[in-house]
Design a protein around this ligand. Structure first.
Ligand SMILES: Cc1cc2nc3c(=O)[nH]c(=O)nc-3n(C[C@H](O)[C@H](O)[C@H](O)COP(=O)(O)OP(=O)(O)OC[C@H]3O[C@@H](n4cnc5c(N)ncnc54)[C@H](O)[C@@H]3O)c2cc1C
Length: 383
């Protein structure tokens, strides 16, 4: 995938990738989306389809056996999967979130071992930052790592961990020096099979019901010292740098969900007849569709601009990542709510997909930092 892309025109390669992912998503992921939501079960069909086509973790660089997709290509994959099933889009998205700390700050040995395993499809990666008492104030975490010779011993609880229990690998942020607050936090790779790792019951959620969210418990988990990602005390900085890049992928998820809702509503209004004509012929309905499409396109352009900045590692990525995530998720919430409105009473039922999309859109305003937190980040990093 080309490293340089024109901000104003999607390259042919990116366009072809979109077409390929769209047809795969429609054929292999969409048919299970309602069932996955209804049953609150992991979308195994989506994982199989994505892994079978090397789309489960496209961001992993070629030198570690990955597809080497650039940030825009990764956005397009997530967007197209989210268009049919938001829960499934968390497979490529959280694989990037969980493994990016290793890619950004890990030793060559850690990169070769864990990015290689991820690329080969041997296991997914989760990201463990949040705790029961440390959400927006993530630096207030309590999970502790204490050095013991050539090992670190971890104790604590992480909360809200996406794909917990399904993932094999976990990037875990833990306090190594309680005196130093954020500068006393270090990052580690923990494996599901490490002794002392266990998981809580799946959370009962409003949306993304196919994506498992569970607590992760660390009970005297003893790991080799070389599993530390980067230097001691740099874990929080790595965690924040990761979010700068991955907030762009949450924006991608939001625009994908919104596109799915707009496409469905746009088809529906052409079929549904009231007062002797298709409701699409009413100007009130046309204006709603126009506003939805306008907001979606604005969100998409900001997301793609942020993806370009993520790829180049621009200094203003922090602002753009937060802005794209915040704007796209707010737009997705409005667009999916309007899609339900356009279907009238039918939109309010589970017989149609737009109520699922509306429930799924809500999480994009909350995770990887709530939209209030994004505004704090933007205000501190005004361009
Ligand atoms: C489904 C799901 C999946 C998740 N996946 C992961 C994951 O994989 N890994 C992970 O580490 N975390 C994950 N999270 C955690 C998520 O990032 C946090 O829920 C989020 O950061 C908010 O933290 P909190 O829930 O503790 O809310 P709180 O921090 O308690 O916030 C409550 C409210 O107060 C507001 N607020 C807080 N501080 C301020 C402030 N300074 N100014 C203005 N308003 C403020 C918030 O915006 C919010 O509206 C996930 C969460 C969910 C629900």
């Amino acid at each position: 995938m080309s490293q340089d892309f024109d901000l104003f025109r999607i390259s042919e390669e990116h366009g072809m990738l979109r077409e390929a992912v769209r047809s795969l998503a429609e054929a292999k992921i969409a048919p299970f989306a309602a069932e996955v939501d209804e049953q609150g079960r992991f979308p195994q069909e989506a994982l199989d389809a994505l892994r079978g086509n090397d789309l489960h973790a496209v961001h992993v660089p070629e030198e570690y056996g990955g597809a080497g997709a650039d940030a825009l290509a990764t956005v397009i994959v997530i967007e197209e999967v989210a268009r049919v099933c938001a829960s499934s889009s968390l497979i490529p998205a959280v694989n990037k979130l969980g493994s990016l700390p290793v890619q950004l700050s890990g030793s060559e040995e850690l990169k070769a071992k864990y990015l290689g395993a991820l690329a080969r499809g041997e296991g997914m990666f989760s990201y463990c930052l949040s705790e029961p008492e440390a959400g927006s104030d993530a630096a207030g975490m309590k999970t502790r790592a204490v050095r013991d010779g050539d090992f670190w011993v971890l104790n604590g609880v992480k909360r809200w961990i996406t794909n917990a229990g399904v993932s094999e690998f976990y990037t875990v942020m833990a306090v190594t020096d309680p005196e130093k607050r954020s500068k006393g936090i270090s990052a580690f790779v923990v494996e599901k099979g490490d002794e002392g790792v266990s998981f809580g019951a799946p959370e009962k959620k409003l949306g993304i019901k196919g994506s498992p969210t569970r607590e992760v418990y660390f009970d005297n988990v003893r790991i080799p010292a070389d599993r530390m990602i980067g230097a001691e005390g740099t874990g929080f900085a790595t965690a924040m740098k990761t979010l700068d890049h991955t907030r762009v992928t949450i924006a991608a998820q939001a625009i994908g969900i919104a596109q799915g809702a707009l496409d469905y509503a746009n088809g529906y209004v052409r079929e549904r007849r009231q007062f002797g004509k298709a409701i699409a012929e009413f100007q009130g309905v046309q204006f709603m569709l126009a506003d939805m499409a306008m907001k979606l396109e604005a969100a998409r352009q900001l997301t793609y601009a942020a993806a370009a900045k993520s790829q180049r590692g621009d200094a203003d990525l922090t602002f753009f990542g937060a802005a794209a995530k915040c704007f796209a998720s707010d737009a997705a919430m409005e667009i999916t709510t309007d899609a339900v409105q356009l279907l009238g009473g039918y939109g309010y039922t589970r017989d149609y997909p737009v109520e699922r999309m509306m429930r799924d859109a809500k999480i994009t305003q909350i995770y990887e930092g709530t939209n209030q937190v994004q505004r704090i980040v933007m205000a501190r990093n005004l361009p």
